[in-house]
Structure formats: C-alpha cells, structure tokens
Ligand binder design. Structure first.
Ligand SMILES: [Mg+2]
Length: 450
C-alpha cells in the first residue's frame, strides 16, 4: 500500500519589486512569492524521479507574510500524512472536505483567508499527484472524469439555493457528447490568452506604448492596464495605449480594489471614451452590493474574483447580478474542487470566466482549469481568455507555452506548479542567493580608486 509520507513546504520569494514588475494602485512593490508545497509518497515514479512520486503546488503571496502562509500549510500535515494514496486519488472530494472540515482550523476562516489558501495549495498538490500518477496533464485528467465524478468533487454545502447537484449533473451531461471534438479543437487552436505585461503602473509612457505594440504584434487581442492612482494619469495612459493599438484591440482596466462606489463611478465615466473591455476589482472584493451599484451606474462591464474567498461569495455575486464576468484564481479558493463549483455556478448563470493569473505559477496552474471548463463544463471559449504575464516562467519544470496570443494545451503530467530545485534553493527566503545582500567589500572596492 502506497501512502503520503510527508507534506514539505518552502518559503520561496522572487525580488520582483526591484523592477516594479507587478506594480498596481494597491500593491506598489510586490515580491512575488510562493508557499511551495510538496506531497511526498512512498510510490516509485514512472518518470524515474529518484525521490518517487510527489504532488506539487503553491499558495501565491506577494512577499511579507509568505512565512505565515507557509506555516498555515504545515498546520494541515496531520490531516494528510499517512493517508492511503489509492483512497486519496479515488475520492478527491472527500480529501478536500477532510481539510475544510477540521473543526479547530475552521475557526480561522471559515473557508477564507490564509488557512483557506493553505487548504487550496494542499488540495491542488493532491490533484497534481493524482494527475501525475495517471500520466495526464490535469486539464485532461479532469475532463476525463464522468459528470457524476465531477459532481462528487464539489462540496455542495451553501450552494443549493443557486445550483443543486442534480442541476449540475444535467449541465455536465449536456456538455459530455462534445468533449472529444472540443479536445481536438484545443489541440489545434489552443486557448485564448490576454496580457497584462504592458500595463503595470510603475512603467513609463514610452515603455507602456512599446509593450502595447509588442503585445499586439505577438497576437494578443486583449490587453489590461492598471488604473486607480490618479485619474489624470489614467486618462493619459489609456490615450497612449489606445493610440498604440488602434480601435480593434480590447483594453481592460484593473483598479485592484482602490475605490469607493462614488469614486468608481466618477473614474469609469471619465474612462468610458476608451471603450473598455471590463473594470476589474473596482472596490472591496467582499462588497457584493457595491459591485452591483457600480455595474448599474456605468457602461463598463464589471468583474472581480482574484480575491473572492470562496464559492459562497461567488454565488452571491452571481445571484445579485453584480458582475458581467468572473475571474477565478487557482490559488485563492480551496483548490481544484472549489474552482469546479465556481465554474459550474458561472455556467448556470451564463457568465463568462476570464481566469486571473500572473504572479508566480498562476498561469501554469489556472490554464488547466480553463481548458477543463471548455472541454467538460461550459463548452465555450467564446468571449473568454486566461490572463498571461511574461514573468518567472523559467523557474517551472513545465512552463506555459503561449503562442500567437493563445495558451497551448499542456502535455506533461500534473498541474504545472513544480519548480526547478535550483530555483527553489536560490530564492528560498531569507537565505537563498537571490536574497543575499551585495557584499559590502565589493561595493567599497568599486568606490576606492586603485
Ligand atoms: Mg487583477
């Protein structure tokens, strides 16, 4: 009998704030970080891994607090270590509920915040493990599950006023006959991507214009700009971007929770002439009624989701008619299982999903959810795209492949979050080489004439 033998964690941080990559109105100097998780087993691996079969995932943070996130993951070890691998892989719904139902840890949420993100990372590592064991990329593994198996992955508690298991089963069965054709379509054409690379607030107008032109030349049909610090600056920057790309490329904007309702309405009314694709996170991610009021007051489509804590919140955004589109995140909610619930809710309400990514490893992971959604749940790539940011992919063993503005479907087994061991060591905080200060002696020598 094979078992899970260890839950290992590492505090891994990338010093991205040195170049203002990732800067926005709320997060001026992020150091993209990962509370990195490895689920070890005593099963040998088909791909010749000396340490045997393992599952890899991460919780994404932006620097300080990544140690807290890492300790939260470690607090789950007693629920995981020693479990029978066959049983875990056969019922990942039960595995996920086992983590969310720990009555003492549940007090720290419930199902929100640091502890829930920790659960998400461990649940995702278990899915990565199951998919690796099956020799399949996760999107393929998920889209091979039967409608009944997918329904059994979801924790249905708190959802029945919006969607019942029977309704979900009917939606999945309706989509089932087209799965093979959609897999073939994915293989041929990939999945649409949109890019945020040009639009960070810390970039100059010249850099913004150059990166916008490069993005269009690279095949992207949607770009996203950060907004929300200064209305005058945003009007100028959107003018620069629109002039650079012309009228046919869609431009979305992201305020990263910066505004109250009246600020949002004033700002978005002023930005309407730029024909925006959507406004993302205009206000508090917890304020469903404020999103509904903003949506009722402006012509720009309203979106949120990267900080939406759980399926119960997503349900209410949909029930309240507070959003035109949704953005799931692979590492915010309680892992693959809860994201399946959210994708099913979005399908029921007919709201398109534009997954949030970027950061570190988020593109690698969330592409699998978008592709499984296309094959087995919504059945549509129409008016959908996965965020893409060209940062930090070189640290992953199976980095995303984006060609001509589209994600190529991953072929390697797993969920994509496995990092190169050397990258983990170099960026381990605080002792990795990336975090060692420049030696004082070297600076001194440079200043002292020979
Ligand atoms: Mg965002």
């Amino acid at each position: 009998m094979a078992t899970i033998t260890a839950l290992e964690t590492r505090d891994v941080r990338f010093p991205t704030s040195r170049h203002l990559d990732g800067s926005d109105a709320m997060n001026p100097d992020p150091d993209y970080s990962a509370a990195y998780v490895v689920l070890r087993t005593d099963e040998t691996s088909d791909d010749g891994e000396p340490d045997g079969l393992a599952g890899y995932a991460l919780a994404f943070t932006i620097g300080r607090g990544n140690d807290v996130q890492t300790v939260a993951v470690e607090a789950l070890a007693h629920l995981v270590v020693g479990l029978d691998l066959d049983e875990v892989c056969a019922d990942l719904g039960a595995f996920s509920r086992r983590l969310t139902d720990d009555s003492q840890l549940r007090w720290l949420g419930p199902e929100k915040g640091v502890m829930h993100m920790a659960i998400g990372a461990v649940v995702n590592a278990a899915w990565d493990l199951a998919a690796r064991r099956a020799g399949l990329p996760l999107w393929r593994y998920l889209s091979d599950l039967t409608p009944a198996q997918l329904v059994a992955c979801v924790d249905w508690r708190y959802l029945s006023d919006a969607l019942t298991p029977a309704e979900a089963l009917a939606l999945l069965e309706e989509a089932a006959p087209g799965r093979a054709a959609r897999r073939a379509e994915l293989d041929r054409h990939g999945y649409p991507a949109y890019t945020t690379t040009p639009g960070w607030l810390g970039y100059s107008d010249e850099k913004l214009a150059r990166l916008c032109r490069e993005a269009v030349a690279d095949g992207f049909g949607i770009l996203k700009l950060k907004v929300g610090l200064s209305l005058d600056d945003d009007v100028r920057r959107l003018g620069v971007a629109r002039a650079a790309v012309g009228p046919d490329v869609r431009i979305a904007v992201d305020a990263n929770q910066r505004w109250d309702v009246d600020d949002a309405v004033r700002w978005l009314t002023a930005l309407e002439p730029f024909d925006l694709a959507w406004i993302e996170e205009p206000t508090s991610p917890d304020d469903i009624l404020a999103h509904a009021r903003i949506r009722a007051s402006v012509a720009v489509p309203v979106s949120t989701g990267e900080h939406t804590q759980n399926r119960t919140m997503f349900k209410q955004f949909l029930q309240a008619g507070a959003v035109d589109l949704l953005q799931i995140d692979a590492a915010r909610v309680g892992g693959v299982n809860e994201n399946l619930a959210i994708l099913l809710l979005a399908r029921k309400f007919g709201v398109p999903v534009f997954p949030h990514a970027g950061g570190v490893g988020l593109c690698e992971m969330v592409q699998h959810l978008a592709m499984a959604d296309f094959v087995a749940i919504s059945g549509s790539m129409e008016d959908r795209a996965v965020e893409y940011v060209d940062h930090l992919h070189e640290h992953f063993v199976d980095p995303v492949r984006v060609e001509r503005g589209r994600y190529r479907p991953p072929t390697a087994p797993g969920m994509g979050a496995r990092m190169w061991p050397a990258s983990v060591e170099e960026h381990a905080f605080p002792d990795g080489a990336a975090w060692r200060p420049e030696p004082a002696a070297a600076r001194l020598v440079a200043r002292v004439p020979a």
